[in-house]
Design a protein around this ligand. Structure first.
Ligand code: SAM
Length: 256
C-alpha cells in the first residue's frame, strides 16, 4: 500500500518496510514487475527501477484495477486483552470493516488502547488481504459517548449473549435476542447495506454487558439485538462470527 499518488510514469521510493519486502522477501531486482496500490488510485503495475542497499525505487506503468471502497461496515468493540484485541483488528480488517471504534463499557478491563500499534496491524492485514485501504481506527470512547447522536437510520447490530438471563426465552423485552440470520432476513431493518446504507456491529468485553447496558441498548430503535447461537463465544470469536454472517447476508460476499 503506497501513500504517494499512483499514475503512469510516477517514480516512487518505497518506504523501508516495503523495500525490504520487495528486495529481501520477494527477491525482486531492477526490471522486475511489482503491484502497488492505494485507496485513491486503485492497483497499478510497476517495475523496480532502482535498488540500493538501503532502498528501492519503482516506476509506475499501468492501472490494473480501479479503486474500490470497503463496504460501510463499522465495528464497535470493547478492547480485551492485548493479543485478543490484535486478533480482532486483524480479522475485522480481513473481513472488510471500514472503521474500527474501540468502546469502553462498564466491564471493559483493558486500560489502554495503542492506536499506532492497532493501525500497523490493520495496515499489514489490509495489504495481506489485498484490499486497497486500511480501516480507520478511532480513539477509544465510552459506549454512552459512542451512541450519543447516533444516526438513527444506521442499524447497530448488537451481539447480545444474554449472559445475565440465560434462561429467558427468545425475543421480547428482556428475553434472549433472536438469531442473527433471522434478524438480518427480517423485513424490519430500517436501512441496510442492501439499500445503500451502512451498518455497525457491537461486541462486548470478556465479562459481557451489564444489565443496565443491555437495557439501554435495547431501548434504542436502531439497535438490533442478535444471538450468535447457544454457546458463549470469546469476544474475538464473536467479532469474526458476526462480521462473517453480516457480510454473507448483507455485505460484499454476495457479489462474489
Ligand atoms: N457475559 C459473558 C460471560 O462473562 O460469561 C461473556 C461475554 S462474551 C465473552 C463477549 C461478547 O461476545 C459478548 O458481550 C457479546 O457481545 C459477544 N457474544 C459472545 N457469545 C455470544 C452469543 N452466543 N450471542 C451473542 N453475542 C455473543
Amino acid at each position: 500500500m503506497i501513500e504517494e499518488d499512483l499514475a503512469a510514469g510516477a517514480e516512487i521510493a518505497l518506504e523501508e518496510g516495503h523495500a525490504r519486502h520487495v528486495g529481501t522477501v520477494l527477491r525482486l531486482d531492477v526490471g522486475d514487475v511489482v503491484r502497488v496500490f492505494n485507496a485513491r488510485d486503485g492497483e497499478w503495475r510497476a517495475r523496480v527501477s532502482g535498488k540500493t542497499k538501503r532502498g528501492m525505487n519503482v516506476r509506475v506503468e499501468e492501472q490494473l484495477c480501479e479503486a474500490r471502497a470497503a463496504p460501510d461496515l463499522e465495528l464497535l468493540f470493547a478492547p480485551v486483552k492485548r493479543q485478543a484485541t490484535d486478533l480482532i483488528v486483524e480479522k475485522a480488517t480481513e473481513l472488510g470493516v471500514r472503521r474500527l471504534r474501540p468502546v469502553i463499557t462498564q466491564r471493559t478491563i483493558a486500560e489502554t488502547v495503542r492506536l499506532d500499534r492497532l493501525q500497523a496491524i490493520a495496515r499489514e492485514a489490509a495489504e495481506q488481504t489485498e484490499r486497497f485501504d486500511a480501516p480507520e481506527i478511532c480513539e477509544a470512547v465510552s459506549l454512552v459517548r459512542a451512541l450519543d447522536g447516533w444516526d438513527v437510520a444506521r442499524p447497530l447490530i448488537y451481539a447480545d449473549e444474554a449472559g445475565d438471563d440465560a434462561s429467558a426465552t427468545w425475543g421480547g423485552e428482556r428475553g434472549r435476542a433472536r438469531p442473527i440470520l433471522d434478524q438480518l432476513n427480517a423485513p424490519h431493518p430500517p436501512t441496510s447495506p442492501q439499500g445503500g446504507g451502512g451498518v455497525s456491529v457491537l461486541i462486548g468485553p470478556e465479562g459481557g454487558f451489564t444489565p443496565e447496558e443491555r437495557r439501554m441498548l435495547r431501548s434504542f430503535p436502531y439497535v438490533i439485538p442478535v444471538s450468535l447461537g447457544p454457546r458463549i463465544l470469546r469476544a474475538e470469536t464473536a467479532v469474526i462470527a458476526a462480521l462473517s454472517v453480516i457480510q454473507a447476508a448483507w455485505g460484499d460476499w454476495r457479489k462474489g
